[in-house]
Design a protein around this ligand. Structure first.
Ligand code: KG4
Ligand code: ZN
Length: 336
């Protein structure tokens, strides 16, 4: 089964062709990062406009790279949410137009489920599994009983982990996007600032990162007022140590509680080198799978993979009336 998948939930315009939920026939990602870097963060209106400008070209390149006849495409899949509504609608309209013009069935895919299935491109999923999904907009612990049978165990009550990375990095004057920059400097410093470990209580599956972020910002402001210098590398190492202590402890505890066979680490923050190193060391008695860097951040290949399993279980829409959703829960999956 060949699926043409479209992703445009934030600032990446991406189209991929995926065969049988595994083989990536083509994969094009056009990042708008340089444009948004000027503003220090994604500007939703600019993101949607750029999706409009580039979408057709990205479609054409993906079809050309796959070297495939359109008649051999069996299904069209598109990210339906969660994400920036204007950005989502550009992808949904492009995918719907393509599906309608070529009379292909279409399905809407949850972006977060896409992030989880990114791990199955290069690895085999084993159930039940636990997923730690960490991105710019999300921090979730999920129990995956079987394909497309996902239960939310815990989420962030305020900032997402990637969002906290980006904000702390910005206050430290690091270039956008802050996460990767902070990760690099963290490796050069030491955990000497003694920051809080929010919600470390193991019985609690939820997260909270805004207090930690504020603690860093306060320390920096106080130091500025006293004309003291901030040791940037040490601050990065301290912030990262605090975040990772919480993420790892909660993941370990949830894996034990739910007696899972595998742990999946997914989302943009799964690209974090410190997290990758520590999770293998500190949760060594579990099979842990992580997508390669290319598939960690937003991309259409993961949507094409998730769509394959979703289609097996729930089929496709009967019409061409898909909507976008800025928020979308996992539980709504069956009801579509
Ligand atoms: O999944 P993603 O591409 O977009 C969302 O769906 O949010 O994740 C982007 C987020 C950004 O906050 C970025 O700073 C963060 O992932 N990120 C990292 C690293 N690489 C990307 N955070 C920490 N360390 C990294 N190496
Ligand atoms: Zn994402």
């Amino acid at each position: 089964m060949v699926i043409l998948a479209v992703e445009s939930s934030c600032d990446e315009t991406s189209v991929a062709l995926v065969e049988d939920g595994k083989k990536i026939l083509s994969h094009i990602i056009l990042s708008q990062m340089d444009i948004h870097a000027i503003y220090g963060g994604v500007v939703p209106e600019i993101a949607s406009r750029n999706h409009v400008v580039h979408m057709t070209r990205v479609f054409e390149q993906a079809l050309k790279q796959a070297n495939i006849d359109i008649k051999d495409i069996d299904l069209v899949a598109v990210t339906q949410g969660p994400g920036l509504i204007g950005s989502l609608l550009v992808g949904i309209n492009a995918a719907t137009a393509f599906a309608f013009a070529h009379q292909k069935p279409i399905i809407g895919v949850n972006h977060l489920i896409g992030h989880i299935y990114a791990a199955s491109i290069e690895h085999e999923m084993k159930f039940p599994a636990l997923a730690l999904l960490v991105s710019g907009g999300h921090t979730e612990l999920l129990y995956i009983k079987d394909h497309m049978d996902i239960k939310l165990l815990g989420t962030t009550l305020d900032d997402a982990v990637g969002e906290a990375y980006d904000k702390v990095a910005r206050v430290l004057g690091l270039p956008y996007p802050g996460g990767p920059a902070l990760d690099k400097l963290a490796a050069l410093g030491s955990d000497t600032y003694h920051l809080p470990r929010p919600f470390l209580d193991k019985r609690e599956h939820n997260f909270s990162f805004s207090g930690l972020k504020s603690a860093v910002i306060n320390l920096i402001h106080n130091a500025e007022q006293r004309k003291e210098e901030i040791r940037v590398n040490d601050m990065c190492a301290s912030f990262q140590a605090s975040v990772l202590d919480v993420l790892i402890e909660k993941t370990k505890h949830a894996a034990e509680t739910y007696d899972v066979k595998q742990i999946i680490l997914a989302g943009g923050v799964a690209a974090n080198k410190g997290l990758r190193n520590r999770i293998f060391k500190e949760i060594s008695n579990y099979d842990i799978i992580i997508p390669s860097m290319e598939y960690c951040t937003d991309n259409a290949a993961m949507i094409g993979v998730a769509a394959y399993y979703q289609y097996q279980k729930f089929g496709a829409s009967k019409d061409y009336l898909l909507s976008g959703y800025s928020t979308m829960s996992f539980e709504t999956l069956e009801k579509k």
